[in-house]
Design a protein around this ligand. Structure first.
Ligand SMILES: Cc1cc2nc3c(=O)[nH]c(=O)nc-3n(C[C@H](O)[C@H](O)[C@H](O)COP(=O)(O)OP(=O)(O)OC[C@H]3O[C@@H](n4cnc5c(N)ncnc54)[C@H](O)[C@@H]3O)c2cc1C
Length: 391
């Protein structure tokens, strides 16, 4: 089967990875592969630390994907013969002061109710395992099961494996879907060529709606600013595990890579500004140094701003749009964590092989049709979306 994947972020690439494994002939289209939100992401694979009240349908997806990660990462690393910066040392969620400790207790309660195994420890116990933490840290939740990976390395590895062979990666923008009647039969790219396919999978992140003929989904751009740092040689490693924290109620994280890089993030803005506001960087450094004072001695090696592709309920939108088209976007702040789950689901939906694999209820909770008013269609059936098509 010939499948076109539009978009080479972590979702398009992981979808193409599973498609290839299932025997499909895959073409990926992207003018700027791996330079969207996936280029900014810190790479936390952290279902427990991501528990937020009111997002219950997300937990089974996050847990299913987290369980798939070690095998997914090992196979991609082996195929690409490249390290992916995978770390399974765990996470400490820290309280910047005693006021933040109360919020941390509530978070831990939510984690327990959701079935995650976490432990509340004192500030001094946290410093015993991470000596760079500030003496002001009032307590921490220790999460041993959370992991991290370097999304830039994952995308580079997937690209190197998937772009071998002529025509497998086309560095062009997809201008629109080619449709015959109600069915998608291909993609028109910017140079005017029309590429035919049995199935098209739209993985264009937050810009899905700019593709002519694509379903007009309720996507929102949630901008995030993030810094990459390198501690001086004498202070390396500054950290051994991911540090997340609450500082005056604001969340901040530091994700150390095995090679010594530290990712400090991230802001969350819906102000439509694609540039990096100085105030966002100032706040990240100020909040980061409240938890780990040594960040102010580190060198800033990179500042990146990208839009997270958000949905109204913060769950992704993965499902069939018509007999020739699947959409897979809206991964918001969990696209790296959900990549194995979303990639496999998108691939299996396209090839018609979804059987009893996804966790109960997950097809319904990610259906792109859940925001439409039509009630006759079941989960992941095509519904009437407003589309702008090239036919
Ligand atoms: C600061 C920050 C930190 C984050 N940290 C984490 C984290 O720690 N853990 C986690 O799980 N998630 C994290 N996320 C979220 C995660 O990055 C996203 O959910 C994920 O990258 C979305 O992947 P995607 O492939 O859908 O989108 P993208 O990575 O944006 O990829 C979309 C691709 O589509 C291409 N494209 C767009 N339009 C077209 C077109 N018309 N034709 C062809 N190609 C097109 C783009 O060029 C791009 O390459 C973070 C996000 C940000 C911004």
């Amino acid at each position: 089967m010939r499948v076109i994947v539009v978009g080479a972020g972590i979702i398009g690439l992981s979808t193409a990875w599973y498609l290839r494994r299932l025997g499909a002939e895959v073409t990926i289209i992207d003018p700027f592969p791996a330079l969207g939100a996936s280029h900014a992401a810190a790479g936390m694979i952290a279902p427990a630390a991501e528990v937020v009240w009111g997002q219950t349908p997300l937990y089974p997806l996050m847990q299913a994907s987290a369980q798939m990660y070690p095998e997914f990462a090992a196979e991609v690393a082996s195929a690409a013969e490249a390290g992916l910066g995978f770390s399974d040392v765990g996470t400490l969620v820290c309280a910047g002061d005693r006021a933040d400790l109360q919020a941390l207790r509530e978070l831990r309660e939510a984690q327990s109710q959701s079935g995650f195994d976490t432990e509340l420890i004192t500030g001094s116990a946290a410093r015993a395992v991470e000596p760079s933490l500030s003496p002001a840290v009032a307590g921490a939740v220790h999460i041993s099961g959370d992991r991290s990976i370097d999304p830039r390395r994952v995308c580079a590895a997937l690209l190197s494996v998937l772009s071998t062979g002529s025509g497998s990666l086309i560095r062009q923008r997809a201008a629109g879907l080619v449709r015959v009647g109600e069915a998608t039969v291909g993609v028109e790219i910017n140079d005017g060529r029309r590429l035919e396919a049995d199935q098209v999978i739209l993985c264009a992140g937050s810009t899905n709606n700019t593709i002519h003929g694509a379903p007009q989904l309720p996507l929102r751009e949630v901008w995030g600013d993030v810094l990459r740092l390198r501690a001086p040689a004498e202070a390396t490693p500054l950290l051994t595990r991911t540090i997340r924290g609450l500082v005056n109620g604001r969340s901040v994280y530091l994700v150390p890579r095995p090679d010594g890089e530290i990712v400090l993030g991230a802001s969350s803005r819906e102000d439509g500004r694609s540039g990096t506001p100085g105030g966002a960087i100032h706040r990240l450094l100020a909040d980061g140094q409240r938890l780990v004072p040594g960040v102010l001695d580190a060198e800033i090696t990179d500042i990146t701003t990208r839009a997270r592709p958000g949905s109204p309920d913060d769950l992704p939108m993965i499902g069939r749009i018509d007999s020739g088209c699947i959409v897979s976007t809206g991964y918001f702040r969990h696209g790296i964590l959900l990549a194995p789950f979303g990639g496999r689901l998108g691939a299996e939906l396209a090839l018609g092989t979804v059987s009893d694999w996804p966790p109960d209820g997950s097809l319904e909770s990610v259906s792109p049709h859940r925001f439409t008013t039509e009630t006759t269609a079941g989960p992941n059936h095509a519904t009437a979306y407003s589309t702008r098509s090239i036919s």
